[in-house]
Design a protein around this ligand. Sequence first.
Ligand SMILES: O=C(O)CCC(=O)C(=O)O
Length: 284
Amino acid sequence: MVTIAQHLKNIKNNGWSIVEQAISHNLIDRFLEDLTVYKKTQKLPTTPSSYDYQGRVSLVHTEIESALELIMNQTIVKILESYWSNKPILFGSLTFTVSSQQRAHHDAHFVFTKPENAMMGVWIALEQVSIDAGPLFYFSGSHIKHKLKAIDVLRNHPLLFKRLISVRDDNVDSDKLNLIADEIYHFWREELDRRTALANETPRLALLKKGDVFFIHPWLIHGAIAIKNKDLTRKSIVGHFIASKDTSVWPRSDFLINGDRLKTIAPLKLSFTESRFGSFVNYK
Ligand SMILES: O=C(O)CCC(=O)C(=O)O
């Protein structure tokens, strides 16, 4: 059995760790039943109608107790608590029916925190992941080697940086700012691909079994490969945790357009709900 200390070492050194069979299959089955009922009552599609949709539902843990029970599993919480020496708070969750086929990225760009390691993705397989169902891929060690921020990209695109500053100073045209954010994201994504290709790295695939848990460091480059067999589902839920109530969090837009002056930008104001499984951020 892999010890907690070994998981902490894996996360620190490699940017990931897998806990096999952390979640009971009974609980997963109960959650999947609850999810089906929830989707019906919310009139959400119960089958992925297109591969853009992915059957993705956000924040089900705020609506379905079995989701909270599943994500705030004792082993998960214990590992996070030991990693941060602090009480983990569930910031958000996403459930998928099929693979997102998402391109390489790191989660720090979605949820940027201070301290910078105070966030963690916890991806739970709700069924055996087939190699043809678009499994997650990841570059081991990339959280150290390729820790790329938007400001690193802007330094290589001085004209774009200049444009950003002038639109930002105008402080009125949010459409223009959004377009610049898209442009920065585009170059940032390209740079991630370029770096991993240059380093000649081969991605690993997370071919997890039902009940396995994959810890994803916020700076680990990962994504999901293309679905080869469109009849296959790849049911999963991912929880995004922050280290404690004292962690400062900024949204993706600030990561992209305010990375050079984050000290002057107020972090998100968060409120919290206490549950018998642990605390989570309340968005209501
Ligand atoms: O499960 C997936 O397909 C993608 C999940 C992911 O990359 C993420 O949550 O950051």
